[in-house]
Design a protein around this ligand. Sequence first.
Ligand SMILES: NC(=O)c1ccc[n+]([C@@H]2O[C@H](COP(=O)([O-])OP(=O)(O)OC[C@H]3O[C@@H](n4cnc5c(N)ncnc54)[C@H](OP(=O)(O)O)[C@@H]3O)[C@@H](O)[C@H]2O)c1
Length: 280
Amino acid sequence: MRIAFIGGGHMSTSLVGGLLARGLAPDDIAVADPVPAQLERLGDRFGVRTSPDNLQAVRDADLVVLAVKPQDMAVAARAIAGEIAARRPIVVSIAAGIRLANLGAWLGPDVPLVRTMPNRPALIGAGITGACAGALVGPAERVAVESVLTAVGPLVWLEDEALLDVVTALSGSGPAYFFLLIEALEDAGVSLGLPRATARQLAVHTALGAGRMAAEGDVPPATLREQVTSKGGTTAAALAVLEQADLRGLLLAAVTAAARRSVELADQFGGQSGSQSGGK
Ligand SMILES: NC(=O)c1ccc[n+]([C@@H]2O[C@H](COP(=O)([O-])OP(=O)(O)OC[C@H]3O[C@@H](n4cnc5c(N)ncnc54)[C@H](OP(=O)(O)O)[C@@H]3O)[C@@H](O)[C@H]2O)c1
């Protein structure tokens, strides 16, 4: 499979690195970007084909990843629409808030489209991506998309495109919630007498360890929490404070606000209807 990346920034760099680590040949990857320094960096580091010309990059691609900022997407998509319509490769957008309908309107009908929402830890190969396929995407195309996006972490399919706003609110914005939690734990440790560097190290590695325990194995987080909470113990004392302050309600409100904002931003970026939509 030949893959073209439109936009050679942070996310493309991570995906390219992940794909090469999996054994994809550098010659099967093309990256287009208007910034010469960006292309030189990618060429030197990975040996992939690079070009300032988007059309040249997509010309022999079986799968095209649109990896420009949301505000640049309409221009980038329209500029390659002719080539895409003629050859109909799978087109995957990783841009936040760009709907399948907009991509369809910009690229033309009959193009298999997939909208995805990766997250920031993809930059270190520890991301998670939500994806929604347009009507023209079959099982083989889904497998192809998975083979690319899972280079930086797992991928989950959503049949209802509207749920990508919830994905954006949960895992897209989610790393910031955990950073805040780490910050707050660090500050709490400092308030209670720990040196800042020590408090940070303790907070960061606790987050890492808890995340790994939740991710590895099949034990639900609620069970993991119960397993570390002895009756009348220290953890129980802390959790009682958090439950009393309605941490769960607070997080629901936060994620709801982010999902609402995601809809507003998609309305702003799109502003056009198109020909494909998600499964529901
Ligand atoms: N980074 C994240 O954490 C993250 C997480 C989830 C999703 N995403 C999504 O991933 C996409 C890429 O993000 P990123 O962080 O990789 O952005 P980035 O580092 O800014 O990379 C985008 C690149 O695309 C180039 N570009 C702009 N217009 C172009 C065009 N018409 N044709 C070809 N290239 C063009 C930009 O050049 P200029 O600098 O000259 O504009 C830039 O080099 C965004 O849509 C974002 O929503 C990012």
